[in-house]
Design a protein around this ligand. Structure first.
Ligand code: TYD
Length: 354
């Protein structure tokens, strides 16, 4: 069988890529983006990557250090809202753009929502225009389960209504709707992935797991919001990266795919596991603090559509969590500079009076 010109594979066809393909990874210095870059450069020898990253607070060149010497890796510093920077990254041609660039932290979106709208909505729009203008063959929008809002019962499938409840979730939903509208209006070759809560190495320590792990290593308390009975569905970052790659290579244009870990846990359970893993106790190291305003009680993804496409998470949660704790224990040189920089001010603003 003659492979399609672009080298994209469709379900059931043999994998037969041709030539060195050029992929743009926006936000490639962030947590999930950098995992995608590391995975792709290791597993797809016919792909070269240009990372376009604005190097805002959560970006870190250390996250891609192990691949930055590879001749198939190129870096452009720039904002996805800046069409000239996007053009510079594309550099005359690319077969795919995978958009990881986003403001992602709910608590920061409550303190200062505007940047979320700029990056997550306007930035997505600028990329979609570039896809049209430069005839890019595939655009993957990396989104989140938070666009479905609070899920009291059952699980969110891709056709469930979007009911975002935080400025962050609303900005991501706005991005998703732009992407789908471009498909309908212009036939733009888009795909959307919606991942569940992601954990693993290189996660900026503002999110639940790395914040708690690094606080506990530091012998300080962890702030549990409200009663701590909120439920999240946890996904290892390498599973998430592989899921996005799988959708990029095999997904049907115009479709949305949920990438869920299938590991639903209450925050209290996560907290207990982290206390045990670091040898700390509940009595000495846990502080219940005022709940997050509008806090979604529960997220749960129905990931059966991605499973039908052939993607399945492989990292068993307890093992993944243990290895993540060990990673933070053995990579203090990575997170200590972060926690002593801008983060200190943020932590004070976010937690001091709670
Ligand atoms: P987070 O990692 O911020 O992800 P998201 O809000 O996008 O799901 O939070 C995960 C859960 O942990 C969420 O229910 C809020 C809770 N949480 C705390 O209890 N304390 C904290 O300090 C943080 C950051 C989160």
């Amino acid at each position: 069988m003659i492979p399609p010109r672009s080298g994209w594979r469709h379900v059931g066809e043999p994998k037969a890529p041709v030539g060195l393909r050029h992929w743009i990874v926006t936000g490639g210095l962030g947590f999930i983006g950098s995992a995608f870059v590391r995975n792709v450069l290791r597993d797809r020898l016919d792909v070269r990557i240009t990372v376009l990253d604005a190097m805002t607070y959560a970006a870190n060149p250390e996250n891609v250090r192990e691949v930055s010497g590879d001749s198939r890796y190129r870096f452009v510093r720039g904002d996805i809202c800046d069409a000239a920077a996007v053009r510079e990254a594309i550099d005359g041609g690319a077969s795919a753009i995978v958009n990881f660039a986003a403001e992602t932290h709910v608590d920061r979106s409550i303190l200062a929502p505007e940047q979320f709208l700029k990056t997550d909505i306007l930035g997505t729009h600028v990329l979609l225009e570039a896809v049209r203008e430069q005839a890019i063959e595939r655009f993957v929008q990396v989104s989140t389960d938070e666009v479905y809002g609070d899920v009291e019962h059952g699980s969110s499938a891709e056709d469930h209504p979007l009911r975002p409840r935080s400025p962050y979730a609303a900005s991501k939903a706005g991005g998703d709707l732009q992407v789908l509208a471009y498909r309908t209006t212009f036939g733009t070759p888009v795909l959307i992935t919606r991942g569940s809560n992601t954990y693993g190495p290189y996660q900026y320590p503002e999110k639940l797991i790395p914040l708690f792990v690094t606080n506990l290593i530091d012998d300080t308390q962890v702030p549990v919001y409200g009663d701590g009975r909120q439920v999240r569905d946890w996904l290892h970052v390498d599973d998430h990266a592989r899921g996005i790659l799988h959708v990029l290579e095999n997904g049907e244009l115009g479709e949305v795919y949920n990438i869920g870990g299938g590991n639903s846990r209450e925050n209290l359970e996560i907290t207990k596991e982290l206390l045990t893993a670091t040898g700390r106790t509940w009595e000495t190291h846990v502080r219940h603090v005022t709940d997050r305003p509008g806090h979604d009680r529960r997220y749960s993804l129905d990931a059966s559509k991605a499973a039908r496409l052939g993607w399945h998470p492989t990292v068993e949660f307890e093992r993944g969590l243990r290895e993540t704790v060990e990673w933070y224990q053995s990579h203090e040189a990575w997170w200590r500079p972060i926690k002593s920089g801008e983060f200190r001010e943020y932590y004070k603003t976010q937690y001091a009076s709670r």
